[in-house]
Design a binder for this molecule. Structure first.
Ligand code: ZN
Length: 113
């Protein structure tokens, strides 16, 4: 399917052609077009939507159960989180880093290399 950014995009303020740019925000890569004349910026609508999905997921609290399996405890990571990371990073490694951050906090670090 053709991407809207494959087309010439004209700035609505000053009628000049906008330049394609990429920028990072909170580890997120955004596609945008930028007008050099008046500094107008338009973010790719798909990237905007994905970022909103990320913010929604990030603000959600999941209640997951701790289960004893052999000598370890396991928790289930909700599928929507793993799917989202997969879509963003393309591939998810089977090995994740686990960090005992504090008495009441564990963190998992997903890497794609
Ligand atoms: Zn402009």
């Amino acid at each position: 399917m053709q991407d809207i950014f494959d087309n010439k995009i004209i700035c609505k303020n000053c009628n000049s052609e906008m330049q394609k740019v990429k920028f990072l925000k909170n580890g997120f890569s955004f596609r945008a077009v930028h007008c050099l004349k008046c500094n107008n910026k338009v973010i790719h609508p798909e990237d905007k939507q994905e970022y909103q999905r990320y913010l929604n997921l990030r603000n959600k609290n999941f209640g997951v159960k701790l289960r004893l399996v052999g000598n370890s405890y396991t928790v289930s990571i909700p599928r929507e989180i793993v799917n989202f990371i997969n879509e963003q990073n393309k591939v998810i490694d089977e090995i994740v880093k686990l960090n005992f951050e504090g008495m009441r906090k564990l963190s998992l670090i997903f890497n794609n290399n």
